[in-house]
Design a protein around this ligand. Sequence first.
Ligand code: NDP
Length: 401
Amino acid sequence: MSNKTLIIGAGGVGNVVAFKCAMNTQTFGEITLASRTISKCDAIAKNVKEKVGVDIQTSSVDADNVPELIKLFKKIQPNIVINVALPYQDLTIMDACVECGIDYLDTANYEHPDTAKFEYKEQWERNDAFKEANIMALLGSGFDPGVTNVFCAYAQKHYFDEIHTIDILDCNAGDHGYPFATNFNPEINLREVSAKGRYWQKNEDGQGEWIETEPMEIMQVWDYPEVGEKDSYLLYHEEMESLVKHIKGLKRIRFFMTFGQSYLTHMKCLENVGMLGIKEVEHKGQKIIPMEFLATLLPDPASLGERTTGKTNIGIYAKGIKDGKEKTVYIYQVSDHEKCYEEVLSQGVSYTTGVPAMIGAKLMLENKWQNKGVYNMEEFDPDPFMEELMVQGLPWQVIEK
Ligand code: NDP
């Protein structure tokens, strides 16, 4: 019997997931795309039909509302729910999946709308509920988190006895021509980059500890293959929380992301005047959240595709020991914004997130990645995922030193 797939969220990433699932209908079967705004789902379904020739059903749903989700799940009876709405909806969608006995996948960890925490705690706490319901949740199946976790697992499996240090390196050298815009949801993006930096290392007693830095305090210039030298800033990023638990012998892990000067200057200025605030303020008798208002003013990330040129390069740089000798391995993937747009009408950041979401779901439906409970990406065999990346649009490279 054919599978049924439900995608929630009709933004930039949802568009790519819809396209890529439609290109793999032998696995995904009947596809439904649901979001708060059904017209966005219909527009994506129309494009998929025109370009790929596959029909996608659409539906509206408020994913903050568990009973509404349960009603939709019972009607569609999907084998899997791919959550590419916002991180605020992770827990409600997970709870509805438990209630209905359906596998779950997402690309970003849960966040409470009022506090930016970037932690897996509340999702990991649902492990027993998922086990009891005999279903699986795969957390963080985007690029970072997602492919970066798989790159680490692949390095551990094929290149090292022990990995000592990992630097995750995320470069977007795309140019959309606007003085300031974010490549994915502005609220989530600006919360992430305006937060304090953090990295993990083992202290002299061998205990792991998180070291906090001021936002953008640590910068290093990195020479990205096919892109060139770029200023890269240390940020906290969620995949580090699970990688420190699962990578053998790790002594330090850091995450760096590139930013241009124009982006940083705009962000600082917006922060200084309070526009990045996530607490309500009163304006002429109306309550508004500055960050939400800013998101309304900024270009919709889904609209950047058509005008973005340049490349992304995301990878991991790992050092460690193999057969008693020191070794360095750099695994990376380069995507071209214009090629992504040509294929699925999206820029590279949505593309590099949506393709791994589809691959994670494909491996779950094909029983190549299956277990009961809540899992992060590096807990599974990286090989089938790495093979899929090669054929589904995200070919990668390894440099061994
Ligand atoms: P967008 O803002 O473009 O899209 C989000 C979509 O979710 C919108 O279509 C929106 O609704 C829908 N949505 C929001 N709230 C609800 C709700 N209550 N009920 C139903 N639908 C809702 O975001 P992106 O596509 O850029 O990002 C999607 C996800 O991917 C985010 O969680 C983001 O953090 C993650 N991400 C992960 C990356 C990774 O590498 N791991 C990289 C980039 C993004 P509406 O229908 O009204 O438009």
